[in-house]
Structures are given as C-alpha cells and as structure tokens.
Design a protein around this ligand. Structure first.
Ligand SMILES: NC(=O)c1ccc[n+]([C@@H]2O[C@H](COP(=O)([O-])OP(=O)(O)OC[C@H]3O[C@@H](n4cnc5c(N)ncnc54)[C@H](O)[C@@H]3O)[C@@H](O)[C@H]2O)c1
Length: 259
C-alpha cells in the first residue's frame, strides 16, 4: 500500500517547494505536520490545503534551535502519534541583507554560521529527533534537500554550497547507519526553481528552463513512499540536466545539431 496511513513532517513548509511537498503528500492521504520558522507562512500553507480536504497542520519550528526542534517534535508526536516521513526542506541561500551573491572573502562569520546552521545543523537536528522512533517501528523515510550548489558549486554562495554538500554526505552516512533499521535516507538536489506556475528560460540547463516546485516535490514524494524501500543513500538531481555539465551544444527539438 503506498502511504499506508503515514505521518510526515515537512520543514520549511511555508515556502515554495515546501508547499508543493505538503500538497502532494496531502493529496496522497498522508497526515502532514507542516513546520516553518514563520508561523504565518506555514499557517497559510495548511489553511489552503485543508480547504482541499487534506490533513495538513501548521507548527512553528526554528530548525536551528535544538530545544525548539525537540519541543515541536514532541508536540507533533503527541498529536499524530508518530513520524514516519521526514522531509528536511527548510533552507536558505541569501544573506540577511537580501543579497544572494557574495564572494567568499566578504562573508562574515555570522552569515556563514547562519547559512550553515539553517541548512545543515537544522537537518541534523530534525533527523536526530525522528530516527529513534523510526528505528523502534522499523520504518522510516527521510528525504533531505540538497542542491545543485552542493554538487557542482555555486559561485557567490560558498557558504550555501558547502552546507548543501555536507547535507548530501550526511544523508549517505545516515543511510548506512540506518539501513538495517528499516529507515531509508536520501536527498533531492534541485537546480533553479521558478516561483509560481511559469518556468523561466535557463540556458545553463539541457532542458533550457528552470524547474517548477511541483517537479521537485514529485521526486521527494516518490522517495518518501513505502514503495521506495530499496533506494537509500542516493542524491537525485532534479535540475533539467544541469549536473550533466556545460551546455555547449546547440541541439534543436528535432534532434539536429544547429552548429
Ligand atoms: N529554489 C531553488 O531554486 C532551490 C534550488 C536548490 C535547492 N533548494 C532548496 O530547496 C529547499 C526549499 O527552497 P525554497 O525555494 O522553497 O525556499 P523558500 O525560501 O521558498 O522556503 C524556505 C522556507 O524555509 C523557512 N526557514 C528559513 N529559516 C528557517 C529556520 N531556521 N527554521 C525553519 N524554517 C526556516 C522559510 O521561512 C521558508 O518558508 C531549501 O532547502 C533550498 O535550499 C532550492
């Protein structure tokens, strides 16, 4: 049975990709605890999805604080009884000043720490909370958000690229540690993702466009399903082929070289 009465926690669920993950899980009948540092944002996600008949409930959670993560997971388990699926989606790339491109030598320790803490420490905190219960029940699905930045690197985001590379390795080690306990741990690495329903052209990808939040969520929900039990420790790029390398060939829709 796919998603056999499962309970999922989705972090960063007030954001673009988080909302799409909650929508797809909710549509599949999963009970979803949607968390975010912004209670307003995650309440909007939950209210919109409850209107569609999905069981999505909002929780305030700052993934950088172990204390806050502990208490919010305790609240969630008290209400839902368990956590079967954890989607570590909370993540930020841009700095406090709103700037998203910073040469390494201009990054302050505070910003470095903030980016590492939200993306990496937050993922670690949430995994720590769910693994013991999953191990006890011999079932768990953990999906972490990597990034093309963590695979190929993103100039102007040394902090974010380092954090996401570490998330991908944390995923692999957790997969090894938990394989015999019925828990799979995988990551999904998006390329550039559009906001809204329209993709922008992106010639850095082989598909020639940015992705949609729903296209990222599709891969995440696939890995979260009961049926994905023989996949662990992998990172799935969902990036329009960006990871294949530089897009130097001009091939048209008929499969012909133009130059
Ligand atoms: N959008 C892209 O192009 C892209 C590309 C590669 C990877 N990703 C990854 O996908 C994930 C989701 O990205 P998105 O585009 O939906 O971003 P988004 O900014 O729309 O959403 C991120 C959410 O995380 C929340 N958040 C921030 N700090 C938090 C904290 N301390 N605790 C809990 N929640 C916190 C924010 O409030 C926000 O709602 C992130 O991990 C991001 O790094 C995104």
């Amino acid at each position: 049975m796919p998603f056999n009465n499962r309970v999922a926690v989705v972090t960063g669920a007030g954001g673009n990709i988080g909302r799409a993950i909650c929508r797809q899980l909710g549509a599949a009948g999963v009970h979803v605890a949607a968390t975010d540092v912004s209670l307003d944002a995650v309440t909007k996600t939950a209210t919109d999805l409850q209107a569609l008949g999905y069981d999505v409930r909002p929780y305030q959670q700052d993934v950088t604080s172990e204390e806050n993560v502990q208490s919010s997971f305790a609240q969630i388990v008290a209400v839902f009884g368990k956590v079967d699926v954890l989607i570590n989606n909370a993540g930020v790339w841009c700095h406090h000043d709103g700037g998203c491109r910073h040469f390494l030598e201009t990054i302050s320790d505070d910003e470095w720490k903030r980016i590492i803490d939200i993306n990496l420490l937050g993922t670690f905190h949430c995994m720590k909370q769910v693994i013991p219960g999953m191990a006890e029940r011999r079932f768990g699905r953990i999906v972490n958000l990597g990034s093309i930045a963590g695979n190929s690197g993103l100039p102007g985001a040394a902090d974010y690229s380092a954090a996401k590379a570490a998330v991908i390795m944390l995923t692999k080690v957790a997969a090894m540690e938990n394989a015999k306990r019925g828990i799979t741990v995988n990551s999904v690495s998006p390329g550039m993702v559009a906001r809204g329903d329209a993709t922008a052209p992106n010639n850095g990808t082989w598909l020639g466009r940015n992705g949609l939040a729903d296209e990222i969520a599709r891969a995440i929900v696939f890995l979260a399903d009961d049926d994905a039990g023989y996949i662990t420790g992998v990172d799935i790029p969902v990036d329009g082929g960006r990871i294949l390398g530089p897009h130097n060939f001009n091939i048209n829709e008929e499969g012909k070289f133009l130059s």
